[in-house]
Write a protein that binds this ligand. Sequence first.
Ligand SMILES: [Cu+2]
Length: 253
Amino acid sequence: MLERFIPAAASYSGDVDQLVWLVTILVGFWFIAAEAMFFWLIFRFRKKEGVKAQYITGKEKHLKQWINIPHALVLVFDVFIIIAAIRVWVHIKQTLPPADRTVRVTSQQWAWTFQDPGADDSLDTEDDVFTTDELHVEKDKTYHFKLESKDVLHSFFIPAFRMKQDAVPGRIYTGWFKPTRAGDYDILCAEICGIGHGVMGAKLVVESAEERAAWLAAHAPAVDETATDATATDAASTDATSSDSTSAAAGQQ
Ligand SMILES: [Cu+2]
């Protein structure tokens, strides 16, 4: 149902949505129960002529159970939420499935720069495509992203993926996503990063292999054309896995 408001476009979007629903239902149940009880007590024990107010210390056993039993139940509900949250966290943040492709994401006041590995699926080679405020990814491929910041704290936020990751100057954060639905989506900065924070947006394009190939062809840097054709054929015939040793490129751009 959350997809009606924000499309779910990554493999793990549904997991986050389920977690949001679980928390909403469990917390919502106790919110409604507590508010209903609160207003019922106000109504039930309202001022009446000739009725003296009771003095309650809070230590009466039969009254204290109205606190202790719900308290224990809330703690049990909390355990369900914590278990579900840890499972989702481990899946999205602690696990790094093998990548089909790796992109570099650089944040700065107030723009996003993306480095696509190009047709050879290898970062830091001459066919890499650099873009500003626009990221193209292929549907149903697992991506690693290397997230960096050139200046202050930013946060790489793709609502359609249900993914958010802080960018910390001086560090390279490696995360992953697998787009599962084609379309154009928002990329936002979710960390107050200065006066231009509100306009630090970018476009994410999830597209088919053919569309990506056409986009690459239109944006590939002008390198030796025969070499580019050769690497494109190579990449198509191998199950390319990205090298993870790109941290040496820290500070590039
Ligand atoms: Cu920012």
